[in-house]
Design a binder for this molecule. Structure first.
Ligand SMILES: [Zn+2]
Length: 452
């Protein structure tokens, strides 16, 4: 028995991410979009339910492609507020090494709730900390994802190159290769869903060139190939990292990536800033994706990702908020705004439009995660929708609703639908005690840094 057809009628504005006309809204049934309605038209088949969307700007659910949920516990921490990447990491590692399962659960819930309220329906997390007692980190995260009803790409991160062997992280945060690979295989088996509508997927994500061995990179690529899952890592974020690669491997970052079997369409990279023209060409030819993280790149003064050049070469580009110790907000709609403005500094105002930035945050991000069922509005796609109202002071006097979303700084969705179910209604996450969560998470954050 099919569920009732729901027509989201005549939105104030709609961004389909593919140029299709849906100015009359769209029809949802059984968790999917079944019809787009052109301007001034009615649905082809009558609908049992109608939602008046005339006050809403409607977009595909935004997709976050890079985060470290656990870092919500170390936002705006005074010792690292003014540090660039390497010293920032070295100061934070010993704190993060104390992370417990309960703290991770709270951190994950806070990050996901924050993302959800900012228009995000699918979120990738890069978790690479598995100190003693936290071996089940990804299992903890999968539980929270299910509770909130979001979609997630949980990546099994890893660190295997400690200080003793010339790496950056302290020894207590690294794991043995065998442990990492066995757990990766277990997680794929237990959690990775395939096909349209998947709620949880697993990818393999050795942390960065300066925290994992080439052996782990190679073995992860082989494992990903064997199980047909995706690969994720940080690359070309800072010049310190480039120097590290030159000194340790005698290679620039993309040569290193290629040498360990990662230069291909299965891979998406966080940051991707310091590439020369030849490297951009190679990344494009390989179809390797890039997660642009503008706020983090500005906060750590890492540089500006060459987004348009990468896209022109053939590399898909998506958006990531990055971890909360370097953003420090998990706000996807604001991140699209940051991307718009930072990229205008690089490419000029005419080339980087609100539609381009929203395209990265939706369709581009979906490509990075290897998904064709989300990221745009079209018949057959999942009914993952973000609806924003423009009734706050910040929008007063604005004219073009879609531009206003980014230019006036929308920061909160009014409604969110995931797979046909409303998860946010009137700006509130369904079934979530937000005040209680903030209180518990605040306590946990103080405990982690040792001030409680
Ligand atoms: Zn990161």
């Amino acid at each position: 028995m099919p569920s009732p057809r729901l027509w989201l009628r005549n939105p104030l504005a709609i961004f389909t991410a593919n140029g299709l006309d849906a100015r009359g809204g769209l029809v949802v049934q059984d968790g999917r979009i079944v019809e787009l309605v052109a301007a001034g038209q009615q649905p082809a088949t009558p609908c049992e339910q109608v939602f008046d969307a005339s006050q809403h700007v409607l977009t595909p659910g935004l997709i976050n492609t890079h985060h470290h949920f656990y870092q919500t516990l170390t936002r705006a921490w005074a010792p690292v507020v003014n540090q660039p990447l390497f010293p920032w990491l070295k100061t934070l590692y010993p704190v993060w090494a104390r992370l417990t399962p309960d703290q991770l659960a709270l951190a994950t819930k806070v990050a996901l709730a924050e993302l959800l309220l900012s228009g995000c329906t699918t979120a990738a997390d890069h978790h690479y900390l598995f100190p003693d007692g936290l071996e089940q980190a990804i299992d903890v995260q999968a539980g929270v994802v299910a509770e909130l009803g979001m979609r997630a790409m949980l990546t099994r991160g890893s660190m295997s190159l400690g200080e003793a062997d010339g790496g950056l992280p302290p020894q207590q945060t690294v794991q043995r290769a065998e442990t990492i690979l066995d757990d990766s295989e277990r997680l794929i088996r237990d959690y990775h869903q395939r096909g349209d509508g998947a709620q949880v997927q697993i990818a393999l994500a050795p942390c960065s060139p300066f925290s994992v061995t080439p052996e782990i990179m190679r073995a992860s690529a082989e494992l990903a190939e064997r199980h047909d899952v995706r690969l994720h890592t940080h690359l070309a974020e800072t010049l310190d990292e480039e120097d590290f690669c030159l000194q340790r491997f005698g290679q620039r970052t993309v040569d290193y990536l290629d040498s360990v079997g990662w230069l291909g369409p299965r891979t998406w990279l966080a940051h991707g800033i310091h590439f020369n023209d030849e490297e951009i060409r190679r990344l494009g030819a390989a179809g390797t994706g890039i997660s642009h993280c503008p706020s983090s790149n500005m906060r750590l003064a890492s540089g500006i990702c060459p987004t348009l050049a990468l896209e022109k070469a053939g590399a898909p580009v998506g958006i990531g908020v990055d971890g909360s110790a370097s953003n420090d907000a998990s706000n996807m709609i604001l991140e699209a705004r940051q991307a718009l403005y930072l990229q205008r500094l690089r490419y000029g105002a005419e080339k980087v439009t609100p539609e381009v930035a929203l395209g990265w945050a939706t369709r581009g991000s979906a490509k990075l995660l290897g998904r064709s069922d989300i990221g745009e509005l079209a018949p057959g796609k999942q009914a993952d929708l973000a609806l924003f109202k423009l009734d706050e002071l910040r929008f007063s006097g604005s004219h073009d609703p879609l531009s206003a979303l980014l230019l006036c700084g929308a920061d909160k969705a009014d409604r969110i639908m995931i797979g046909g179910k409303w998860r946010v209604v009137d700006g509130e996450v369904e079934g979530l005690d937000l005040k209680g969560l903030i209180a518990e998470h605040t306590q946990a954050a103080r405990k982690l840094i040792g001030t409680l």
